[in-house]
Design a protein around this ligand. Sequence first.
Ligand SMILES: Cc1ncc(C[n+]2csc(CCOP(=O)(O)OP(=O)(O)O)c2C)c(N)n1
Length: 532
Amino acid sequence: MTTVADALAARLAQHGVKRIWGVPGGDCSLDILDAAQRHGIQFVLTRAEAGAAMMAMADAQITGAPGVILTTRGPGLANAVNGIACASLDRVPLLIMADGHETDMGHVSHQRYDQMALMAPITKAQSALESGDAVAELDRLMHVAQSAAPGPVYLELVGQRVRIPHLGPKRPLPSPPVMPAPGQEALLAARAVLAKAKRPIIIAGLQAREDNAAEALRLLANAWQAPVLTTCMGKGTLSDKETWLLGPFISGAAEDPMLREADCIVLFGADHIEFMPKKWAYAGTPVVELTTHAMARPYLAPEALVEGDLAAAARSLQGAVRPGGWTSAQVAAAREAMRALSRTPAQGIGPHQLVEAALAVAPQARVTADAGAHILPVVALWQSCGPRDFFISRGLATMAFALPHAIGAALADPSRPVIAFTGDGGLMMGTGELGVAVQEQANVKLVVFNDASIALIEVKQRRRQFPLYGMRYPATDFAAIARGFGATGIKVDSLAQLEPALRQAMAIPGPVVLDVAVDGQAYHSMVPALRG
Ligand SMILES: Cc1ncc(C[n+]2csc(CCOP(=O)(O)OP(=O)(O)O)c2C)c(N)n1
């Protein structure tokens, strides 16, 4: 007899799911785990549920199948909320499975709240398997999760619907959602705007991480000979080594001079969650927006809006711009000037020196970055060559992202080491996940910008002319903590130690923590230089 739990696990495997991440409870979680194992799906026990969601996010982006997490009811699901919100705002397909409350247990108040209501604003669809055909329900959820904009979906499980025979009909696996072709009228309108452009700039965003879109972007940039800025989440969609790659778009001062020179801005798959919470600064410049879908909160009013398949739109617009308005030398000079802005003076180890040393030692690594001041030199100076080489949360822009995301990436693709750049504050929000890196022997090199403070907020405090207060704490010895978890921990206190330590870290298989004392004061000049 096939149970519903068994049928669900079999279907997950058919959808390409290789791992389930999470902290299970003692109810339906156990039925699902047991069935999943029989269908070749590995369970990865994480230390907290939000971390599980972030690991599953990396898994999804690297394997192409939605990431899956499992939590217990009540506290387990509540503890996952930050990770689910991250997948929602960062546009990553996830399936969240949590235990619910049995229908004949109406008298129970323990660990009970309205879980569907909690999930409603941060998931795209929900199901408690009411229809009786669990596989069809799962297929529907997976379809919604993968449709533009991708995001998390929620499946609530109770024994009365999971531990029963599966009676639904056999169905072929539905094909993944197809991106609609862009409309001809919209393309015509875009062509009309582009025909007038002499110096267009492209801003490539997270939607361009899809392989076809990234390749189409490269062809477009070369055909137009147009500089490309990549958003933080779009980093690598055009390789940092390409001639027309200008640098990161951080809605700031660094890229502003080139944007002011542009006479047309082309948004290439930039989701509006990627833009800083301030007004669009280039209202006088026409914008052509290419996007997979319309945005719920339009950030700006484009002159022409093309919705649908990005690669198809790019192909159709390749001849729309007459090249020659920019020179490659001009772009190279501007790129170098932008990079130089993050090299601010520092005592001891400057944050930019840490990034440049890591790049010199391990240019082949995938990278994850956390949230905080340290991401500025990382985004400015790290060089990514492919569309899924660099991961950062910008929709939610949450701390405690880099470590779990790196673990997910390392397990999904063990062929490449992953460097996780994190602040000490962000790491302390989720240090426990180091235990998962050790348990799974994930090839993660965790590089800690240890400045014994939440530096970004201190920078903001000073800029708002408050006296500095409340942002510092005693320095933490993360190398010792790493050893406590069974990982290798290396402490770096001077520039002379930096490169040898990085080499040592890269040579050791499995997780290594590099605890680097950086000068947090450097951010006080770097943040205004880059962001304005
Ligand atoms: C979960 C979460 N809480 C708070 C914030 C607000 N925030 C953004 S950056 C930051 C400071 C980060 O400190 P740290 O990790 O030490 O990095 P640093 O700024 O020192 O480089 C804070 C508190 C956030 N983005 N996410």
